[in-house]
Design a protein around this ligand. Structure first.
Ligand SMILES: Nc1ncnc2c1ncn2[C@@H]1O[C@H](COP(=O)(O)OP(=O)(O)OP(=O)(O)O)[C@@H](O)[C@H]1O
Ligand SMILES: [Mg+2]
Length: 499
């Protein structure tokens, strides 16, 4: 049990779309969230650049200043992690999504450090979380951000697995000698993303096995969207329009509106009615309205239907019935909204929802546990085994930019699939096999990401269609893809970083 050290702990970072958090592992007491300088468990994932002095600010202050001058602020940089070439301009200066994510990690790390005398606190190993749906290069970008932030990254774990680890840890503490298995549904509705993951958990004397049975979600569905809906209702009821305003007035009004929309959303979780007062939303206009929970729910009904649809399609995908779910873990700040809770209770039964968890911090806490495990595999007395599934299909680009699927999405891993191809040009002596991950018939930048290219040269010249090319895709236990191409006497193998 050597992983706990007061000033040199292992850490788990949840790098969220709207909020981020860090937890440490403490032996004997499990994971503990480290609060930020303002005493809060989570820090807003917002970066602001002060154009006057080039200072970079992260967190709540960044958000408030940025609402007044949005051109200097970025919210939701996690949604840009798949666009490596995409630069974010803050007040005219360009930053990559990786750099901005590194600033968020660095800020929460520095806040943790600041609780100790200078130079005393450092991470002996950190794990950073990523959503289940992240593709290989998004994970790679996250890893790069962690390296840039200097947090001593020793691993990456998917968010739902981190949350389930926390659950499994408590379960094992209560029944360490018992063998059991359960189906667990992780329902994560955060600020920007909805993620649904179904696991089979198996607990034996020596192993803790997580097997992903299926996953689904929407990376454009979360609390930020609800705020927007509620903001529209407030404007409509208050009979205010922000259209055609000059930018300074518009930004000021928008800032006011969003602050009140978020407050109203949270208050309507506890009471059925809330009074919204926004003095001087415009120089000559106040808003004073009463909002009911029903009105809020009506405004987000379209998103609730979407959530329902995603849950429905998961059962078919995973081959599991709602009645076969043993436990539901609710994660994400938006998962506590009463109508969201009710929807989930309706589908799987409220008694199955695990209450002993803080939905805003559980991912960071679970990540700190995984960091403890990676740091000292003996600490848990059990091996943690994660058997997952491909989240996106893997395949090749063939003539006409067609995506030829080799390993489909949702296929259990490890797995291996062989396919035979041929040349489509006479006397071709070289071939570039381009490997992609994604979905859709045609390879496009928006739907597919390039994982790698295998180049074969010195092929024997043959008429088109007469040279057999065997392609073998193999995903191993660690989610690493290796591709072997064999063409009459030529064999080339490449291992690609795919997760
Ligand atoms: N009590 C509450 N009621 C309703 N919404 C809440 C409550 N508390 C937090 N939220 C909302 O939850 C969202 C933040 O949740 P969370 O911290 O889980 O998101 P995230 O991890 O940043 O997002 P993602 O998981 O999509 O990357 C915000 O939109 C916030 O307004
Ligand atoms: Mg989250």
């Amino acid at each position: 049990m050597g992983v706990d050290s007061d000033t040199n702990p292992v850490l788990g970072f949840d790098l969220g779309t709207t909020f981020s958090a860090v937890a440490r592992w403490t032996d004997g007491r499990g994971p503990r969230i480290i609060q930020n300088k303002t005493g809060l468990d989570t820090t807003q994932s917002v970066v602001y650049r002060n154009p006057a002095n080039d200072e970079m600010i992260v967190g709540r202050i960044a958000y408030h200043r940025g609402l007044m001058s949005p051109e200097n602020m970025i919210v939701g940089v996690k949604r840009l992690m798949d666009e490596t070439a995409h630069n974010v301009h803050l007040g005219g200066k360009a930053f990559t999504p990786v750099e901005l994510s590194a600033m968020i990690l660095k800020k929460i790390y520095n806040d943790a450090k600041s609780q100790y005398p200078k130079g005393v606190f450092s991470s002996r190993g950190s794990v950073v979380t990523v959503p289940f749906y992240f593709k290989a290069h998004q994970i790679d970008n996250t890893r790069q951000a962690a390296e840039m932030a200097d947090i001593n990254c020793i691993g990456i774990i998917q968010e739902p697995i981190a949350a389930s680890l926390l659950y499994a840890f408590q379960l094992c503490e209560e029944h360490s000698e018992q063998e059991f298995s359960q189906n667990i549904l992780v329902f994560d509705l955060g600020g920007g993303t909805f993620d649904l993951t179904l696991f089979h958990l198996e607990h034996t004397k020596t192993e803790l096995i997580f097997e992903v049975l299926g996953a689904g979600g929407d990376d454009r569905l979360g609390g930020m969207d609800f705020d927007k809906c509620l903001g529209d209702v407030i404007l409509e009821k208050g009979e205010v329009s922000l259209q055609g305003l000059d930018p300074v007035l518009f930004n000021k009004a928008q800032k006011n509106l969003f602050e009140h929309a978020v407050n109203a959303k949270i208050a309507l979780g506890a009471s059925s009615e809330y009074f919204v007062a926004i003095p001087f939303i415009l120089p000559d206009k106040h808003i004073e309205i009463s909002m009911t929970r029903g009105e809020f729910e009506k405004s987000i009904i379209h998103y609730l239907h979407k959530i329902e649809g995603i849950i429905d399609s998961l059962w078919a995908k995973a081959g599991v019935k709602p009645s076969e779910v043993d436990r539901v873990i609710r994660v994400g700040g938006s998962s506590g909204i009463p109508c969201v809770k009710a929807l989930l209770d309706d589908v799987v039964g409220g008694e199955k929802v695990w209450g002993n968890i803080n939905p805003s911090t559980s991912v960071a806490e679970g990540a700190s546990m995984y960091a403890a495990y990676l740091d000292d595999k003996e600490f848990f007395d059990k091996e943690i085994i994660i058997r997952t599934r491909t989240c996106h299909a893997l395949g090749l680009k063939t003539a006409g930019d067609y995506f030829t699927e080799i390993i489909p999405a949702n296929r259990k891993t490890p797995c291996s699939v062989k396919r035979l191809f041929t040349t489509n040009e006479d006397n071709a002596t070289s071939l570039d096999i381009e490997i992609f991950q994604g979905s859709g018939r045609i390879v496009k930048a928006e739907t597919h990401s390039h994982i790698g290219t295998i180049q074969i040269t010195n092929l024997p010249p043959r008429p088109a269609g007469e040279l057999d090319i065997e392609v073998n895709f193999k995903v191993n236990e660690e989610q690493i893809l290796s591709v072997t191409v064999t063409a009459e006497g030529h064999r080339k193998s490449t291992t690609l970083n795919y997760t």
